[in-house]
Write a protein that binds this ligand. Sequence first.
Ligand code: PMV
Length: 303
Amino acid sequence: MSGRASGFGHAKVILLGEHAVVHGHPALAGALEMGYRATARRGRARLEVPAWGVAAHPGGSTDLDRAFEALLAPVDGAAVHVTVEPGVPSRAGLGSSAAMSVAVVRAIASLLGLEPGPAEIEAWAGRAEEVFHGAGKASGVDAAVACRGGVLRFVRGEPPGAVALDAPLPVVIAHVEPRATTAAMISRVAAAMDERPARVRDLFGRIGQLVGQAVLRVGCGDHAGLGELMNDSQRILADLGVSSAALDRACGLSLEAGALGAKLTGAGGGGCVIALAPGRQEQVARALEPLGTWVRATSVGSG
Ligand code: PMV
């Protein structure tokens, strides 16, 4: 056991399938190179995020307090001091809570000389996800990508399937506006499901079909085909009521600047858009600059 140990969790984007994945449909999600890093050392049990000016401790009343307590439970509340460095904005649709939780789990496990496998890490990190998103709410896709990296076909309750890529997908991601919590957006969709069950089931079914096609497109490097499916998905998400005027505008500007496809990513109601932009990342990023508080040309499928 050394004095200090660190761990990393990837941020993620959902290429297709958000919300439908909560209700048992497949999703296609991929890891970003960016993510959260955690460093653990023996000391008073405390989690600090200096960049946000926040700290948490077991027994406290904030979500972060309770999430940290949940992450310490499998190691009997070990006295571990953890520092977290965020690499992407939180509450933006990039799976920040899962990336942080996976990073913290890896750092704690490494400090204590434990070697959990991916499924154990996901279940361990899932304890914090239950605090952040509500028990039984999150599909688990965020934790799976944060832990495993790459591009995954994910179905709730099943082991994730890695989708092989020739090369990472060139994208632009822009955080265009603040949004509600993932839990609030999941509840909004659940309310729509109660009000219009047949309509919402139909939209979810269509998203599921798009995901099936997208897995094939990604596998054979068909960017144009994947882009069209992303555009179809954005229209369905707008019908579902989880897009916004700013997200729609950002998608439109991305396509005008040469992106092959653009959609919201994550829970929606604000947050980020992802634009698939091979050979056009610079132009698309420039088009989104005036809208976005955080705009990055990057790639999907790292890890
Ligand atoms: O916005 P994020 O990064 O929390 O992603 C949420 C994705 C959902 O499909 C809406 C929820 C889930 O758990 O799959």
